[in-house]
Ligand binder design. Structure first.
Ligand SMILES: [Zn+2]
Length: 691
């Protein structure tokens, strides 16, 4: 008895230690590289002095930032003399060995010293200190003694804010910069232009903001789908919705971000996504008329004059090394029938319109490079030949990034499946309408920006990671924050922390606390503690009579949404909250699903059922008609159940089971489901369950 009593607690401790590589009471996001906790603590009081050896502009920039914090951080920033009893921010040239953003934070009962080779390192050491103070979220209290050595994994840790689909005020942008900086994000990519509105004052082209920044409908969805759709209106028209940043606003945003070590990267879309430009300046469209396309005419020299003039004003406002030129989703068909574009193709010896796109990207890259800037674009910029110095933002999976890296060019990883924060973060039925998909915090966190197939040499060109928050379905500011937090924190930690320091249970506990901090500081994050989580059906495989049995497809499944191919509907695996998870199989050919499950012998059956998913955005609908029938010989079928219904298009996301219950003998089970002919669209199911 004596022995057993003592063994049990020791085993318990061991078990607690396993599977968790993080100290449980460390609440810092992103998790630092190394923490050595020591004896004692240092008290931070309202009058604790601050010292620094920063000089000149760097000192005034740090002082300006500190003014935005509560006491004692907003106190006078005194000259460092080696005095104890305070918080010292110290530039030490040797500390730069860990990289530009590295720092060492030492806390002992005599004081706090942050050492770094750069002011960025000091800034990040300060962010860690602010999260180290107890009680959490306060700026006075105690800090436990420790030595923390820290440096980021990636140089580029970004967030993209879409201010085109719904305009956000300057104040809103500044507020988000505060939170992004706290979590060591260092790039803010502003999606400033798109069909839904042009958001930056350009002095030489006033029509961009007199007309291109305003539309008659507030909600993007109404504007995109409604009557008189996709039109613009003059500024000042009653009911006009929109807005833009003046050049003065931009200077303020850029300076505010710089104080917080965030570089603001502007995105000016070309050659597609430019309906608003062509409404304001129709001569730049192939047709010469407004509302005819979203693509610039690449055969027209005026297009280049316009783009270079715009970029000249943009470069004067944004000191960023990178200028993002979009480059995505151009509809190249408009160029095929344009005499100017055809003449350009002939003159340049081009065969494909993709080369026209590439011609524009190369030319714009030359212009940016000549002004000391680098081109950043979505991964379509690879098509038709990658511009020689461009950095590729890989959004359609990782392929674009891998291609860029193998061509010796840098990439920022931002694949939709992990980094698109406009998707549902929890069970869709509990959430405001979103773009679709299902991307919970855990999945964002699980992403590693270095694809496994890259060599160590190639992986050095993976410049970093970015979370993107498109705003088509996000009219309000509070909803924007709700979609952004806490998922952007998972991006922040993935960008900063080494993979071996990542641990989801530990991160989840820290994210819960971060959500409290965000709430207490006026943000509107998704309340992580109420997360409903994955679709219950998807958690455990289902056993049933058709498990592993062959399925004959009378109508083919779609190759893109094949899931697990012919095994999908009898593999026991149910789908999650999104149809693209590899468990749901999609049918669009002849707008129907029509399959026969062969039980391989006649059996007594009592129920047949299958679930369907509806996501109206991408035209995935519940079936309008379902027919379930059964046969002993595969020739003569008896109809067991039939449902017909009108699909409710007002339900953005829903799930429904269509089944039969009774007593029958059958070997073959035929399941047919038709999408509504009047709507077209997809049907998706995950499993035909026979019991
Ligand atoms: Zn043209």
């Amino acid at each position: 008895m004596y022995r057993i009593k003592h063994i049990i607690p020791i085993l318990g401790l061991l078990l607690l230690g396993w599977g968790c590589n993080q100290e449980t009471d460390v609440k810092v996001i992103p998790y630092p590289q190394s923490i050595t906790e020591e004896e004692g603590y240092f008290p931070i009081k309202e009058n604790t002095p601050l010292y620094t050896n920063l000089q000149g502009e760097e000192k005034s920039r740090m002082a300006a930032y500190l003014q935005s914090l509560p006491a004692p951080f907003n106190g006078e920033l005194q000259e460092e003399t080696g005095a104890e009893g305070g918080i010292t921010l110290k530039i030490t040239p040797t500390a730069q060995e860990g990289g530009d953003e590295s720092y060492a934070l030492n806390i002992n009962p005599k004081g706090v010293v942050i050492e770094a080779g750069t002011s960025a390192g000091l800034f990040y050491g300060l962010q860690t200190l602010l999260q180290w103070i107890e009680p959490a979220g306060q700026t006075t209290g105690t800090v436990r003694a420790a030595t923390i050595q820290d440096a980021p994994r990636f140089a580029y840790r970004g967030f993209m804010m879409d201010v085109s689909r719904h305009f956000r005020s300057k104040e809103f942008v500044l507020k988000q910069i505060d939170a992004l900086a706290r979590y060591k994000i260092n790039r803010l990519h502003l999606h400033l232009t798109d069909a839904a509105g042009w958001r930056i004052e350009i002095k030489q082209y006033p029509r961009l903001t007199e007309l291109g920044a305003w539309r008659p409908a507030e909600r993007w969805k109404d504007w995109w789908q409604g009557e008189g759709k996709r039109q613009y209106c003059e500024a000042g028209t009653p009911g006009a919705y929109g807005g833009y940043y003046t050049q003065e606003d931009i200077r303020e945003i850029v300076a505010y971000a710089a104080e917080r070590h965030i570089t603001v990267i502007p995105e000016i879309e070309m050659p597609g996504h430019s309906e608003e430009v062509l409404a304001a300046y129709p001569t730049l469209a192939c047709s010469g008329k407004p509302y005819t396309s979203g693509e610039f005419c690449i055969g027209n020299e005026e297009t280049f004059t316009f783009l270079e003039n715009v970029l000249t004003e943009v470069m004067a406002l944004f000191p960023s090394e990178y200028i993002h030129i979009g480059g995505d989703e151009a509809n190249r068909r408009v160029w095929e029938s344009c005499p100017k574009c055809r003449a350009r193709m002939e003159q340049e010896g081009m065969k494909e319109t993709s080369e026209l796109q590439s011609y524009l990207i190369h030319r714009i890259e030359g212009f940016l490079n000549a002004h000391g800037r680098q081109l950043l674009g979505w991964d379509e910029i690879i098509e038709g030949g990658l511009a020689p110095n461009a950095t590729v933002m890989s959004w359609r999976g990782e392929e674009g990034g891998i291609k860029a890296v193998r061509a010796g060019q840098k990439t920022v990883m931002t694949p939709g499946a992990y980094c698109y924060l406009d998707t549902y973060q929890d069970a869709p039925l509990t959430q405001p309408e979103a773009m679709g998909g299902y991307l919970p915090l855990e999945k964002v966190y699980s992403y590693d920006p270095v694809p496994q197939e890259l060599t160590a040499e190639e992986s050095r060109l993976v410049y970093g990671i970015q979370g993107n928050l498109w705003a088509e379905y996000i009219p309000g500011d509070e909803q924007y924050e709700y979609m952004m937090y806490p998922r952007i924190l998972a991006i922040a930690e993935t960008g900063w922390s080494q993979p071996e320091r990542k641990d989801y249970p530990g991160f989840h506990a820290r994210a819960l606390q971060a959500v409290e901090w965000l709430q207490a500081n006026g943000y509107h994050p998704f309340d992580l503690k109420n997360e409903a989580g994955r679709r219950p059906e998807a958690l455990t495989p289902v056993a049933h009579k058709a498990l592993g049995k062959p399925v004959v497809y009378n109508a083919p499944y779609n190759a893109t949404y094949a899931a697990q191919g012919e095994k999908t509907l009898t593999d026991g695996l149910r789908g999650d909250w999104t149809y693209s998870d590899g468990a749901w199989q999609g049918f669009i050919s002849s707008q129907r699903m029509d399959v026969v499950v062969d039980l391989e012998e006649v059996a007594d059956i009592h129920s047949i059922e299958a679930d369907f998913i509806q996501v109206t955005g991408p035209e995935v609908y519940l079936p309008c008609e379902v027919v379930i029938s059964a046969s002993e010989d595969g020739k003569a079928y008896t109809e067991l159940a039939r449902y017909t219904q009108d699909v409710d298009r007002n339900q953005p996301v829903c799930f429904k089971t269509y089944g039969w219950q009774g007593d029958a003998k059958a070997r073959y089970i035929r399941y047919e489901a038709r999408s509504g002919q009047q709507y077209g669209g997809w049907v998706f199911t995950d499993e035909i369950i026979v019991k």
